[in-house]
Design a protein around this ligand. Structure first.
Ligand SMILES: [Zn+2]
Length: 240
């Protein structure tokens, strides 16, 4: 059979001598595992088109749990991502999260779209900003958007800290009673703007201030608090 898919290759593990096991998010089938034979050999014609963080068309035999690749053609190699370590680390975080929240052989148009657009955005915008908005959109999709319109405990509009376990901003009084961390006004403002934003607001967000690893870590902590699955790519990124 010659099935055709459009996919984002998010992870590649070596398998046996020279084969690759690809973890992809496809437009047509959601998350898939694909065996790419011989791609680690020097003369493989498919090698470039099945590198991690690549957008490709593929011809394959679709099978569950492992599909078999025949050929792949690059749509976007995302070269500027691969040439910069921070870009690549954020792209790996996006890929890790996409693989965790996707379902095998079940298409999810929205997840595919925001993952593809976020990888494309890494070429044009500060990587930590793109990381923040991607994780924020995932939280929204999972129904765990942080509460940023007032204290999540008592509704007081004067907030001073963020509580991961309570799910958003807390006021000075409530901060004493729940696990929370205090941030300055600028940090809190960027956090609130990002929670409210969609991908089309990236250029407006980029003008609001500097998106730091600390801000991204708040978004990642909300995600980890809910899923409790380790994110290897995040451990790598925070050590950069
Ligand atoms: Zn309160």
């Amino acid at each position: 059979m010659n099935d055709r898919i459009e996919a984002l290759i998010l992870r590649v593990d070596s398998y046996k001598e020279a084969d690759g096991l690809l973890q992809v998010l496809s437009k047509e089938q959601g998350r898939m595992t694909i065996l790419a034979k011989g791609i680690l050999k020097g003369n493989s014609k498919n090698a470039a088109s099945v590198q991690p963080i690549t957008h490709s068309h593929m011809v394959l035999d679709i099978k569950d749990p492992i599909s078999l690749l025949h050929s792949a053609t690059i749509i976007d190699f995302f070269r500027p991502i691969k040439e910069n370590i921070t870009n690549l680390a954020v792209a790996s975080l996006i890929g890790d999260i996409a693989l965790q929240v996707s379902t095998s052989h079940q298409p999810d148009d929205y997840l595919y779209q925001i993952t593809k657009e976020s990888l494309t955005a890494l070429v044009h915008y500060p990587p930590l900003l793109v990381g923040c908005i991607y994780v924020s959109l995932i939280l929204k999709e999972m129904g765990i958007t942080p509460m940023v319109d007032g204290c999540v405990v008592c509704d007081d509009t004067k907030v001073s800290a963020i509580s991961i376990s309570e799910g958003g901003f807390v006021c000075l009084r409530c901060a004493k009673n729940v696990p929370s961390k205090t941030y300055d006004a600028n940090f809190s403002r960027l956090f609130r703007y990002t929670v409210k934003a969609e991908l089309q607001h990236l250029s407006a967000l980029a003008k609001q201030g500097e998106y730091t690893l600390e801000l991204l870590s708040v978004f990642v902590d909300f995600f980890k608090d809910y899923t409790s699955i380790p994110l290897k790519s995040w451990e790598f990124l925070r050590k950069l």
